[in-house]
Design a protein around this ligand. Sequence first.
Ligand code: NAG
Ligand code: NAG
Ligand code: NAG
Ligand code: NAG
Length: 441
Amino acid sequence: MDISNRKHLRFLGLPLNSLACKCVALVVIALVLRAVLLPRLYELGGLFEQSKFLVAPNVSLLSDSESLMEKSKFLEVPQIIWGLNNQKIAFARACLTARMLKRKLLMPSLSASLFYKEVDLLQPISFDKVFQFGSFNSRCSEFVQLGHYSEISNQSDVVELQKGLGRRWTVEKDFEQLVQFSKQPYDQYEIVKVVGKNPFLWHDHWPAKDYARVFECLVFVEQISKEADKVVSKIRDVGREARQQMGLSQPVPYVAVHMRIEKDWMIHCKKLEQRLNISEICSSKEEIMDRVRNIIGLKIPMVIYLAVADSLLEDNSILNGWNEGLLPCEKKKLGVVEIYKKHPYLIQSAIDYLVCLRSDIFVGNSFSTFSSLVVLDRTQKMIETGDANMCGVDTHWPSFAYNLAGESNGPRAWVTNLSDSSLQSISYGSNHISCSLTSRL
Ligand SMILES: *[C@@H]1O[C@H](CO)[C@@H](O)[C@H](O)[C@H]1NC(C)=O
Ligand SMILES: *[C@@H]1O[C@H](CO)[C@@H](O)[C@H](O)[C@H]1NC(C)=O
Ligand SMILES: *[C@@H]1O[C@H](CO)[C@@H](O)[C@H](O)[C@H]1NC(C)=O
Ligand SMILES: *[C@@H]1O[C@H](CO)[C@@H](O)[C@H](O)[C@H]1NC(C)=O
């Protein structure tokens, strides 16, 4: 390029005939403006928080001179295992432990497959393949933070925290141990590494609302929510078709029913009923249908999405016996089995979770962790919208438990009691549920 006959601009005595020079000039101008303007901002005093200028330099600019930053310390936990919702609870418990120790939680491994006993067969999957890492840290800033292994400066500066075992290892002992590890000399180590059980089995020391605070920061990666969009849109199609056939003006909503009637569950829930001396845990297919039909104020037509275990997809009888006006469907009938099949167990479960979360009405089992976390999520949405009324189908995010009788032999209206002192009722199930206003924060 011939630049010889371009007019030579001059700035501080330098010719400005190249891109590089222009850049230098811009930087100089910026510096001059900053020097002029910055003191003026300080003069404005109260209007600006001075700390913004003094202690909040852009961290990425400082990464070369790490001595300026306070060094992070970390908590490392064992691989997190079992069902999606057990994993979410275990993750939150690990976060709350890290918070108590004033450490970042090193991004843990989740498990993509569901093996109950053979830990060797658990397929590890990185947290950020399931949940958005950046989003977690920005939503939870001030509360708890995740760290990357790459942030560790000295791998060998580590102390192990062995979780105790057995009956003698009480909640109090466990808490004492955590207090100890938050003090000298343990607080000096860069890494505290917990060894032993999966965090789901650790003793719990935190109120339900602290767990809720962590769950709020968990956002599924876009790939997962897009898969759920596809399934929800198929469900909406069933409603749209019914609407056209009947010449209705209003959209047809959908009820998601988390129907646990597969053999494994039936064996588990019968045992649980015996152990807890409660008769309201297991429900048959007929009982569930009855309860759903009896929801007060249920308008028809209504699409019924049956969130069921794959083993039940071969059993067409779950689609039979519903009242007229209730349009049952499951993955197979919707033609979405292929969408699920592409993914490992954990992701399939996440898609189902979102389909239930987004439903117009949710009906689940109060002894299922999956159902309980869907209801917790919906309760948080209710609180966000500031709805005064939390009971019945006219609320924004109504949920019900089919295993418990409510009014007129319908399912019992259900919102999570966020003032509970622990997550016990959510992680292990409860028959003490209600939609009472006292559960509002
Ligand atoms: C920090 O700097 C990086 C690159 O220099 C930029 O992408 C980022 O937006 C900045 N962050 C803030 C909070 O200013
Ligand atoms: C790393 O930590 C170990 C154990 O605390 C310590 O002995 C070692 O000096 C540290 N290394 C560096 C480079 O700081
Ligand atoms: C089980 O519960 C029933 C009533 O709910 C009660 O009468 C019975 O004594 C209980 N049995 C045991 C072993 O606690
Ligand atoms: C919610 O939990 C708190 C604390 O455990 C309890 O006092 C309150 O009665 C519960 N509310 C309902 C509606 O169950």
